[in-house]
Design a protein around this ligand. Structure first.
Ligand code: NAD
Length: 442
């Protein structure tokens, strides 16, 4: 989590979330031409940061005080959008960083949203369902007029679920009667206006981004994922769905992991078998005929595609030189640090950045919001196909712009930018130009 990262220095680089986001932003902003410095500086900062403190009665009649954050980074294109996470280590700095990431992600995929993020400091594993419900209702009511279908739209994140979203919707609906309030939150249960394809969206999006990237011909011998070997860190919602997708398309899943460790099989794992085993034992570790490896070893495996789908800061200055994959596909948010980005680039390992590779989730969330407004529910194929097109378009935009740098049309003074930087250049430009088109107020 962010707080740990912000306190920790791995001895080689600064892992403070704000420092990381500034480094990434500054690298891209240098390539954004013709924008006033003050505007670029404004885009870096969150529009609004809400900090709320509130008491809740616990099951044992004690009273506990909780602190929550909701950060709205930008609203130039429309309402702000982003998940709410529940975790004992969540910090405001981390939430600010993640809200900013959402702004660039939405802009890159051309969604009519800005970025937001929320966090509540609590340990959900120590709380009963009734306590979680009371905490969620109170947190939502504290944010009363900050949230809204056309203002700020939460979604699930770390340790929040569709049940949490149902409680948020219900609370908001009680406080704002007489309106169609379904679009106030996405990631809802299907029977309450959730979208088919949302659960699978982020993992599927990782696959679609990789397939489109490979079709560009930058990786010799491979125009598609068939026959490629894939190592996936994290076998949760994103990692497991991605494993199924890559496997279905003919890739070999050589390793997967969770918080307890990883498993390796050079011949290829069957994701359905891994899932069934994890369902029974609570971990992937121990599956028959597999070799147990550590999460650190997984990142350094000899494979074609490395897909981090767990935590941030996993590929850093200390291990980037040992990564052997040809492509890193960022299922997780911020899994690669700026120092690691530079090392991977020098080693000609391409990184498909989080704001592109994992944007499938927010894209289908956007479709949930659209469906809720017109009171429709589309099927899985419809939402997945629409999302595939959005991810392909975004990959094309990034690739075309990157090629323009390569052939020198926009040759930067220093080195050739990586895909993260190019994706950020596009996103920053879009938000900056929209800000100017609207006209700086007053
Ligand atoms: P999840 O909780 O379902 O799964 C996380 C997985 O990571 C679990 O298998 C867990 O055991 C594993 N894990 C935890 N600690 C680990 C460690 N130290 N080493 C290795 N594995 C560890 O979460 P998720 O929804 O799959 O999200 C994964 C990542 O993707 C997060 O960074 C999240 O922010 C990001 N993301 C998710 C979505 C989405 O739609 N779910 C969208 C965009 C980005």
């Amino acid at each position: 989590m962010g707080s740990k990262a912000s306190q920790t220095d791995n001895g080689i680089e600064n892992l403070d979330p704000i420092a990381i986001s500034e480094a990434q932003f500054d690298r891209a902003a240098r390539l954004v031409k013709g924008l006033k410095r003050g505007l670029v500086d404004f885009l870096k900062k969150p529009k609004r940061v809400n900090i709320v403190n509130f008491p809740v009665e616990m099951d044992d009649d004690s009273v506990q005080s909780f602190q929550g954050f909701r950060v709205q980074h930008n609203r130039v294109f429309g309402p702000s959008k982003g998940g709410i996470r529940y975790h004992p280590d969540v910090t405001m700095e981390e939430v600010i960083l993640l809200a900013e990431l959402m702004t660039w992600k939405c802009a890159l995929v051309n969604l009519p949203f800005g970025g937001a993020k929320g966090g509540l400091v609590c340990d959900p594993k120590q709380l009963s369902e009734r306590e979680l419900r009371r905490i969620t209702r109170r947190f939502t009511s504290e944010l009363f007029d900050e949230l809204g279908p056309h203002q700020d739209i939460p979604a699930p994140d770390l340790y929040t679920s569709e049940q949490t979203m149902a409680w948020i919707f219900d609370t908001y609906d009680k406080l704002h009667p007489g309106f169609n309030n379904r679009p106030v939150v996405t990631g809802k249960p299907i029977e309450m206006g959730g979208s088919y394809g949302r659960y699978e969206a982020t993992g599927n999006g990782c696959l679609f981004a990789t397939q489109r990237f490979l079709s560009k011909g930058l990786i010799p011998d491979y125009k598609d994922v068939a026959g490629m070997s894939v190592a996936i860190q994290g076998f949760g919602d994103v990692g497991a769905v991605a494993a199924h997708g890559f496997h279905r398309e003919g890739a070999r899943i050589v390793a997967v992991s969770d918080s307890k460790g990883g498993i390796y099989d050079e011949a290829g794992l069957d994701p359905a078998e891994v899932e069934a085993f994890k369902g029974e034992r609570g971990t992937v570790v121990g599956l028959a005929d597999t070799m147990t490896i550590t999460n650190e070893e997984l990142l350094e495996l000899d494979c074609d595609i490395l897909l981090p789908a767990a935590l941030g800061n996993q590929i850093h200055a200390g291990n980037a030189a040992n990564v052997k994959a040809r492509i890193v596909v960022e299922g997780a948010n911020n899994p690669t640090t700026p120092a690691a980005d530079r090392i991977l680039q020098e080693r000609k390992i391409h990184v498909l950045p989080d704001i592109l590779a994992n944007a499938g989730g927010v894209t289908v969330s956007y479709y949930e919001w659209v469906q809720n407004q017109i009171n429709e529910q589309w099927d899985y194929d419809t939402t997945t196909e629409k999302m595939r097109r959005k991810i392909h378009e975004a990959m094309d935009d990034v690739f075309d712009r990157w090629e323009a740098f390569v052939v020198g049309e926009e040759t930067p003074r220093n080195s050739l930018p990586d895909f993260r930087t190019v994706a950020l250049v596009i996103a920053i430009e879009r938000v900056a130009h929209a800000t100017l088109m609207r006209g700086i107020w007053p």
